[in-house]
Design a protein. Structure first.
Length: 398
C-alpha cells in the first residue's frame, strides 16, 4: 500500500507541476509579447506608454500599459504570481519525493563520487540557495546595469555549475539539479523582486504618491531574465526521460549548448514581437546548436567504443549480465526495496523480454550510463562492452 500511495502522490504532484508550469510560462510569454508589441499613439491618455489591439475567442481587446502606474488605483487588480509559486512548490515537492528521498537511486552515482544519500541531498539543497544568492548579488552589483555583460557572466556561472554537478551527482541528478536551480532563480525573481516592487507601487498610489519608476524597471529586468531562461529549463526538466542527453560523456557540454539555443530562439520572437527586423540568423545558430547536441549524444560513454568491443558473446552471457544487474527491478515482482513494479513496465527477467527490449538496453546501458540508476548494481565497463558487442551483432538469440 505504501508503494501505491507514493506512486499516486508523485503522479498528482507531477500533474500539478505541469499544469502550473504551463500557466506560468504561458502568462510570461504573453506579457513579454504584449509589452514588446505596444505602440505609442497621440490619442492615448497622458502617462500611457502605448496600446495594442488583440482579437481572441470572437472578441476584441485594447490593451494599455502605463509608463509607471495609473493616477489612481483601479477597483479591481489581477495579480500574476500563483502560477509561479505553484510551479516551484510542486517542483520542489517532486525533488524531495523522488531525488532527495531516493537519492541512492536517482541522485548518487558512486562511479562519479561516493556520497551517502543524505550528503547528496544536502549538497543539492544548499546549492540551490547558494546559487540564488550569487545570482542576486550579481544583479544588484554594478554589473546588473550592463545586460550583455551580466548575461555572459550568468552563462559562464550556469555552465560551471553544470560541470560541477556532473562530477558530484549522477547524470540524471545533475540535469535535474541545474534545472531546479534555474527554476528557483526564476521563481525567486517573482517572489523577491517583481511582486514586492509591484506592491510598493500600489502602496504609493494608495498614499497619493508617485511610484518610483526604478521599481518597475527592475521588475521588468527580472521578467526578461525569466523569459530567456524558460526554454532551457523546460529542456532540463524533460531531459531525465532521455538518457542520451544526461548519461553520456559530454552531458555538461549539451547543457552549455542548450543554454545558448534556448535564449537565441526567444530572442528571435522577442525581436519579432517588438516589430523589429526578424533576426533570421538565430535559427542558423539554433540549428547548429541542435546538430551539435545530436552529435554529442551519439558519442556515448567513453568506456564503450566500437573499436574495443570483445567478440560477439553467446546469449547466455548477455542474459547473465542482465539478470544480475537489471532484473532485480525490471521483473514481474521486483526484488529491490521500494519498487513495486517494473519501471515503465519494462521486464528483463526472461530471455524473450531481454530480446524484446534490446533497443532500450542499447540506449540505457550501452550508449549511455543511465541504467542501472547511479550504477547501484555495479555493472562494470567490461559488462557494458559485452552488451555492446551483442547489440552490434544484431542481438542474436543464440
Amino acid at each position: 500500500m505504501e508503494v501505491i500511495l507514493t506512486e499516486w502522490l508523485s503522479a498528482m504532484i507531477r500533474w500539478l507541476h505541469v499544469i502550473a508550469g504551463v500557466a506560468w510560462i504561458g502568462s510570461s510569454f504573453y506579457f513579454i509579447h504584449l509589452d514588446l508589441s505596444l505602440k505609442p499613439r497621440e490619442t492615448l491618455p497622458t502617462g500611457v506608454k502605448g496600446d495594442a489591439w488583440q482579437v481572441h475567442g470572437g472578441g476584441f481587446y485594447q490593451m494599455i500599459k502605463f509608463m509607471v502606474a495609473p493616477s489612481q488605483m483601479p477597483d479591481e487588480l489581477t495579480w500574476f504570481k500563483w502560477e509561479a509559486y505553484a510551479t516551484w512548490l510542486s517542483g520542489f515537492s517532486l525533488l524531495i519525493l523522488v531525488y532527495y528521498m531516493q537519492a541512492d537511486l536517482y541522485l548518487v552515482d558512486k562511479n562519479v563520487l561516493d556520497l551517502s544519500a543524505p550528503m547528496a541531498a544536502a549538497i543539492a539543497f544548499f546549492s540551490l540557495l547558494a546559487a540564488w544568492i550569487f545570482y542576486e548579488v550579481l544583479c544588484r552589483s554594478p554589473l546588473g546595469k550592463h545586460e550583455v555583460a551580466l548575461a555572459l557572466v550568468g552563462y559562464v556561472f550556469l555552465v560551471a555549475l553544470t560541470y560541477a554537478f556532473t562530477h558530484v551527482f549522477s547524470g540524471r541528478g545533475a540535469f535535474t539539479q541545474i534545472g531546479a536551480l534555474i527554476g528557483t532563480i526564476m521563481v525567486a525573481n517573482v517572489f523577491v523582486v517583481i511582486m514586492p516592487n509591484q506592491k510598493k507601487m500600489v502602496a504609493a498610489l494608495i498614499a497619493g504618491k508617485e511610484p518610483d519608476p526604478y521599481w518597475g524597471a527592475v521588475g521588468k529586468q527580472r521578467s526578461v531574465h525569466n523569459n530567456y531562461l524558460t526554454l532551457p529549463v523546460i529542456f532540463l526538466m524533460l531531459s531525465n526521460h532521455y538518457p542520451l542527453f544526461f548519461a553520456t560523456q559530454s552531458n555538461w557540454v549539451i547543457v552549455a549548448v542548450v543554454l545558448i539555443v534556448g535564449p537565441v530562439i526567444r530572442h528571435f520572437y522577442n525581436q519579432r514581437h517588438e516589430g523589429k527586423a526578424s533576426p533570421w540568423w538565430t535559427w542558423f545558430v539554433a540549428a547548429a546548436g541542435l546538430m551539435t547536441v545530436i552529435w554529442l549524444s551519439s558519442l556515448g560513454p567513453a568506456a564503450v567504443k566500437k573499436g574495443e568491443l570483445p567478440p560477439t558473446p553467446k546469449f547466455a552471457a548477455v542474459q547473465e549480465i542482465v539478470m544480475s544487474r537489471c532484473s532485480m527491478c525490471h521483473a514481474t515482482e521486483p526484488a529491490w526495496a521500494g519498487i513495486g513494479h517494473a519501471p515503465k513496465g519494462v521486464r528483463l527477467d526472461t530471455p524473450e523480454m531481454i530480446k524484446l527490449h534490446a533497443r532500450l538496453i542499447d540506449i540505457n546501458a550501452v550508449r549511455s550510463r543511465a541504467m542501472p540508476p547511479g550504477n547501484i548494481t555495479e555493472i562494470s565497463d567490461d559488462e557494458r562492452r559485452v552488451l555492446a558487442s551483442w547489440l552490434a551483432a544484431g542481438a542474436p538469440a543464440q
